[in-house]
Design a protein around this ligand. Structure first.
Ligand code: SF4
Ligand code: SF4
Length: 281
């Protein structure tokens, strides 16, 4: 059985991976649904359970400044530490029991090599709640000359963030809102953890791009987007920023983002940031 990292044994077990800081009772699971406690030790019942494995254009991650025009082997898992009511991937992110098949780290690297593109994206829902699998795959990938790409909500504690970013070549990180309240009360996350993750990735020399899904009624107002731009400018004006359109899904019923809103928001953001891209329109 794979040992759980970033946890303190006991009943309840204290998870130290993300700001949710779950105290997991015996035979229970944390909020992400994939990290549990048995005999007062951490258990990972979904270790190496892969829900999706596809070859995607790298622009779909989205990454526009890292190996453009290439394809990337993209692997996904069930579960997520957040509860975004507009989640476009909720059937997997909110259901740890989604159909999955076992894929060993060695087999994942072998497939990346045989794809001919030598790069893996850990993506789709929230890969970081499977950090033990990620770290093992990333180490093997590094030694095999395969690039590691992380697509994440970035809501993680500093120690595991440093460990995973040390093995990451490129990342697309969500900045879902510029408001602490929105993160805390609606998404179940922590804005300062996310901004810290983005800043740390940048400082560690990871190629970083950031995505904000413009959700009508949640984060598409001028003030909100200005706050997001403030966060990014505070790190670097050269951080590429993707402003992407939402469509109704899960619990959010507002109509799709008006493409004109995306274009206008991108034009405004370009006054402050060097690379801003409208997406999903
Ligand atoms: S990673 Fe999962 S179990 Fe750990 S604190 Fe976050 S939500 Fe809870
Ligand atoms: S962080 Fe991503 S995968 Fe998780 S609930 Fe939010 S949108 Fe869905």
């Amino acid at each position: 059985m794979q040992k759980m990292l970033y946890a303190q044994s006991g009943n309840p077990l204290q998870c130290l991976l993300c700001p949710r800081a779950c105290r997991i009772p015996e035979n229970g699971r944390g909020i992400c649904g994939v990290r549990g406690c048995k005999n007062q030790e951490g258990v990972l019942p979904y270790y190496a359970g892969v829900t999706a494995l596809n070859l995607d254009p790298i622009e779909k991650k989205p990454l526009y400044h890292f190996r453009p025009g290439s394809m990337i082997l993209s692997v996904g898992f069930a579960g997520c530490n957040l509860r975004c009511p507009f989640c476009q991937n909720w059937r997997i992110s909110q259901n740890p029991d989604s159909a999955a098949r076992y894929l060993s780290p060695q087999e994942l690297i072998r497939r990346a090599l045989s794809s001919g593109y030598n790069q893996i994206a850990y993506t789709y829902s929230e890969p970081l709640v499977h950090i033990e699998y990620l770290l093992e795959c990333m180490r093997l990938a590094r030694s095999a000359g395969v690039a590691n790409v992380l697509v994440s909500n970035g809501c993680l504690e500093p120690a595991p963030a440093s460990a995973v970013l040390a093995l990451t070549d490129a990342a697309n990180i969500d900045l879902k809102s510029g408001s602490e309240e929105t993160y805390a009360n609606i998404l179940g996350g922590d804005l300062s953890a996310v901004t810290g993750f983005i800043a740390k990735a940048w400082e560690m020399g990871v190629h970083v791009e950031v995505t904000t899904l413009l959700v009508p009624g949640l984060n598409d107002g001028d003030d909100e987007l200005r706050r997001c731009a403030d966060v990014l400018c505070g790190i670097s004006r050269d951080l590429p920023w993707h402003l992407t359109a939402y469509h109704p899904d899960y619990r959010w019923k507002a109509p799709p983002t008006d493409p004109r809103r995306i274009v206008a928001a991108a034009a405004e953001a370009r006054k402050r940031l060097s690379y801003v891209y409208p997406g999903n329109i």
